[in-house]
Ligand binder design. Structure first.
Ligand SMILES: *Cc1c(COP(=O)(O)O)cnc(C)c1O
Length: 398
């Protein structure tokens, strides 16, 4: 275990002021929730906003509402390389996962494979995913999906705050979700947001959400303790400590469809106070750090030119799995915060074997073996960036 300066892979640091605002919101009750919802509605110019206990709960609610409208369809197309919470939410909603292979050059769908997948008569919706905050081509997906009467869900869990061609990420599909969890663009310890347009889908979600319980006092107490710990321990001077404690399971990826489904607590709504300014600040810093890495010769896995992404991490494809392993090992030794992505493609998740509507995704499996992600958050210093760039030039980063 390394003791000493260690960068977390991602961070949206919480301030004491925000934690105090979270505690104050506990006494404001419903008003704090309404305020956060109203700010989101105004910023995104959408009629419906719903606040849930997590991003995967948000996704499960969306999928359940879509299913109610189209009972004959039960398959969800998702990228074969994505967060395990996504297939978990599909299973939770009582639907089947149809993984679609990705294009290693964009980390977005392989469009030929997608067109084949869309021909399936049981396809309910397709999930566009802004992986690491890099904008996916939602317009292209919508054009293809609409020909088959398939809805487009925008998974912007990692991308809140990003923009593409002047449009805000989260307003590009038929319905969208953000995550407010740890390691996401904006963090309130836990939470999920749904943005929905007018029409029957918004009303169906509204009904389903109203049946869920709100997070209570014990949830709030847990979230408060977590926020205080996070506030202190996310600092690079201390992050080695939680990272070294195996029972915390930091950075582990688990597939668990049994997650809690509640409405967001008032504490988290209070923590989010000032989110618009914060998200703009975070995005600018992350983009500046990403630009430095690119200028220092670290090639991003995907070009994000022309977009204004909120890059929660900076993705790079290593030449081969050995190089990936070497980069991660060296980073561990030096505390540079370089991590792999998700351990496997969706097609390889053990718990899903035999339950998938499609079994092959060779490109996604290759990406899983080659991808690394670099930290670009505000706790990364110039010196850190120089050391990371040196590591990628084949040096030892010292
Ligand atoms: C984190 C994440 C989710 C789920 O969000 P949680 O708040 O962790 O439940 C969904 N999709 C993607 C792409 C994510 O990164």
């Amino acid at each position: 275990m390394r003791i000493g300066r260690t960068l977390p892979p991602a961070a949206a640091p919480l301030s004491l002021k925000e934690v105090i605002s979270g505690v104050a919101a506990l006494f404001d009750g419903e008003r704090a929730i309404e305020r956060f919802e109203a700010e989101l509605k105004q910023y995104y110019a959408v009629p419906y906003v719903f606040l849930l206990s997590s991003g995967q709960a948000a996704l499960a609610v969306i999928l359940t509402a879509l299913k109610q409208a189209r009972p004959g369809r039960d398959e969800v197309i998702i990228p074969a390389y994505t967060c395990y919470s996504v297939p978990a939410a599909v299973v939770r909603a009582g639907l089947r996962v149809r993984p679609c292979d990705i294009d290693p050059r964009t980390l977005d769908f392989d469009w030929e494979r997608l067109e084949e997948a869309l021909k399936g008569e049981r396809v309910l919706c397709a999930v566009a995913t802004h992986l690491f905050g890099v904008p996916a081509d939602v317009g292209r997906l919508k054009a293809l999906a609409s020909r088959h009467g398939v809805a487009v869900v925008e998974d912007a869990a990692q991308a809140m705050g990003g923009e593409v061609a002047g449009s805000k990420v989260g307003t590009l599909g038929d319905v969208a979700l953000f995550s407010l969890g740890r390691g996401k663009g904006l963090c309130t310890v836990s939470g999920g947001i749904i943005l929905a347009g007018s029409g029957p889908l918004g009303r169906a979600i509204e009904h389903d959400v109203s049946t869920l319980p709100r997070e209570g006092w014990t949830d709030a107490l847990k979230a408060l303790c977590y926020a205080l710990a996070l506030m202190v321990l996310v600092r690079p001077s201390l992050f080695w400590l939680p990272k070294g404690l195996p029972f915390l399971g930091l950075g582990e990826t688990v597939f668990d469809p049994g997650f809690v489904m509640k409405r967001l607590g008032t504490f988290q709504a209070g923590l989010a106070r000032g989110w618009r300014e914060k998200i703009a600040r975070l995005r600018d810093t992350r983009l500046r750090h990403a630009a430095f890495l690119e200028q220092a010769g670290v090639a991003a896995a995907v070009s994000f030119k022309g977009a204004l992404p909120d890059l929660v991490r900076f993705p790079v494809l290593a030449e081969d799995p050995e190089m990936r392993k070497w980069l991660i090992e060296k980073s561990e030794e030096q505390g540079l915060g370089v991590t792999g992505g998700y351990p496997e493609a969706v097609t390889r998740i053990r718990e899903l074997q035999g339950a998938l509507a499609e079994g092959a995704a060779p490109q996604a499996e290759q990406v899983a073996r080659r991808i690394v992600s670099l930290p670009v958050h505000p706790l990364v210093t110039q010196r850190d960036l120089e050391r990371i760039a040196a590591l990628f030039r084949g040096g030892n980063g010292q």
